[in-house]
Design a protein around this ligand. Structure first.
Ligand code: PMP
Length: 387
C-alpha cells in the first residue's frame, strides 16, 4: 500500500507521515498495525464530535438510501439542505438568514469575495497579515506569505494586507474597500487573538466606509473556541459568515451566509452568478445537520472552554514550552524553536499522540482535539506525557 501511495497519490510534501489508518472512533484512530493514536487535532478542527459518531453515520446511511446527487445546487428542493439552513439560521443573528452551500472552506471564501464585490460594486479586498483562507486563487490572494503567493502569480489585483489587531491600520479600510476578510482567531498563524475593543473598532470602521465584514469561521466555528461561533466572543455581527471544516460533521461541506438582500445579487445580472454541482450535497447536509444537533443540544462549546483550560495546564508540563495561546480548544503550544517543536511532534507520535504544527508558525504544536475530549482523557494525556 505504501509503495502505491507514493506512486499514485499526488504528494503535497517530501515527507508525508504515511501512516495507514484502519479505523477511527471517538478521539482515537488506529493504524494497520493496531497502534492506537489519540487524535489531538480532530482532522484539523473537523471532527468536533469525534470520529465515527453513530448519529452522524446513521444520518449518512439514511440519506444515501433515499437519494444522493440529483441536480446542481439551487434547482430542486432537497430536505437535508433546507433543514440544515433553517437550523443553522436559528442560532445566528437575524441578519444572517440566507445560506449558500458549497463543498469546502476555500469555495466559501471564493463565493464570499464574489458576493462582496458584486454587492458593493467595489474592487478592493483587504485581508490580514498571516491569514490563511485556502488554496484556490482568490483565497490565496487573501494571504500575505510572499513565498507561497509568488509561486502562483498573478493572483487577484486590488488586494491589501493590514496587521492583525492593530487599530492604526483600520484607516486603510476606505470607501473603496468592498470587504475585509478576517479569521476572528487566526488559526494557521498559530492561534492569534485580538481584543474585543479591536473587533468593535473594526466593525465600526466597516460601518463608516460601507465595507462588508467577512468572518472566516471555517476553523473557529461550531463550538471550537468556547462559543458556537467566535464572533459571539466579541459582540459583533459579520455581514458574511464562512463555514467549512466541522460544518459537515466529517463530510465535505462549506457555506457562506449573509442577509437575503445581499445574497440576492447573485440571482440577477447575470443569472446563475454563482453555481456549484455538488455544493450542499444531500448526504453531507444530512451529516452536517446531525452534527449541528449534537453540538447544540449538548452545548459542546462549554466543554471546549472548561476542559481546554485544564488541558492547557497539563500542556505546560511539556519540556521547553515558552508560551501557550488558547481560546477554548484552539491551542498553540509555542517553543519559539522549530527544531524543538518537530522533535516534540515526533516523540508525541511515538507515544500515540497525534498532533501537528501550523502553516505560518512552525515553532508551535497544534492542539485542537474533538470537543468530546473529557476529564478521563485529561488523565490519560497527563500519564502519557509523564513517560
Ligand atoms: N479558512 C480557514 C481559516 C482555514 O483554516 C482553512 C483550512 N485550513 C480554509 C479557509 C480553507 O478550507 P479548505 O481547506 O476546506 O478549502
Amino acid at each position: 500500500m505504501k509503495k502505491s501511495f507514493y506512486k499514485y497519490i499526488a504528494q503535497t510534501s517530501d515527507a508525508p507521515l504515511a501512516l495507514e489508518i484502519e479505523r477511527a472512533e471517538g478521539i482515537y484512530f488506529y493504524d494497520t498495525f493496531g497502534k492506537k493514536y489519540l487524535d489531538l487535532i480532530a482532522g484539523i478542527s473537523v471532527c468536533n464530535m469525534g470520529h465515527s459518531h453513530p448519529a452522524i453515520i446513521n444520518a449518512v446511511k439514511e440519506q444515501a438510501e433515499k437519494y444522493m446527487h440529483l441536480m446542481v445546487y439551487g434547482e430542486l428542493i432537497q430536505k437535508p439542505q433546507v433543514e440544515l439552513a433553517e437550523k443553522l439560521c436559528s442560532f445566528l443573528p437575524a441578519s444572517l438568514n440566507s445560506v449558500f452551500f458549497v463543498n469546502s472552506g476555500s469555495e466559501a471564501v471564493e463565493g464570499a469575495l464574489k458576493l462582496a464585490k458584486r454587492y458593493s460594486g467595489r474592487k478592493e479586498l483587504i485581508h490580514f497579515e498571516n491569514a490563511y483562507h485556502g488554496s484556490s486563487h482568490g483565497a490565496m490572494s487573501m494571504m500575505s506569505n510572499e513565498t507561497y503567493k509568488n509561486a502562483f502569480q498573478p493572483l487577484l489585483p486590488d488586494t491589501k494586507a493590514i496587521r492583525f489587531g492593530l487599530e492604526e491600520d483600520l484607516q486603510i479600510i476606505t470607501e473603496e474597500t468592498a470587504a475585509i476578510i478576517a479569521e476572528l482567531i487566526q488559526g494557521e498563524a498559530g492561534i492569534r487573538i485580538a481584543t474585543t475593543e479591536y473587533w468593535k473598532k473594526l466593525r465600526q470602521r466597516c460601518e463608516e466606509t460601507g465595507t462588508l465584514l467577512i468572518a472566516d469561521e471555517i476553523q473557529t466555528g461550531l463550538g471550537r473556541t468556547g462559543k458556537l461561533f467566535a464572533f459571539e466572543h466579541y459582540d459583533i455581527t459579520p455581514d458574511i459568515l464562512l463555514l467549512g471544516k466541522a460544518f459537515g460533521g466529517g463530510m465535505p461541506l462549506g457555506a457562506f451566509i449573509a442577509e437575503k438582500k445581499i445574497m440576492n445579487v447573485l440571482t440577477h445580472h447575470p443569472v446563475l452568478g454563482h453555481i456549484t454541482t455538488f455544493g450542499g450535497h444531500p448526504v453531507c447536509c444530512a451529516a452536517g445537520l446531525a452534527h449541528l444537533k449534537l453540538i447544540t443540544e449538548n452545548k459542546m462549546w462549554k466543554n471546549a472552554e472548561m476542559i481546554g483550560k485544564k488541558l492547557e495546564t497539563i500542556l505546560w508540563n511539556i519540556h521547553h514550552v515558552k508560551e501557550i495561546r488558547r481560546k477554548g480548544f484552539m491551542i498553540a503550544v509555542d517553543f519559539h524553536d522549530k527544531e524543538i517543536n518537530f522533535k516534540t511532534l515526533y516523540s508525541f507520535l511515538e507515544k500515540g499522540l497525534f498532533s501537528d504544527w501550523f502553516l505560518w508558525c512552525d515553532t508551535a504544536l497544534r492542539i485542537a482535539p474533538p470537543l468530546i475530549f473529557n476529564e478521563e482523557n485529561l488523565e490519560e494525556i497527563e500519564t502519557i506525557l509523564k513517560y
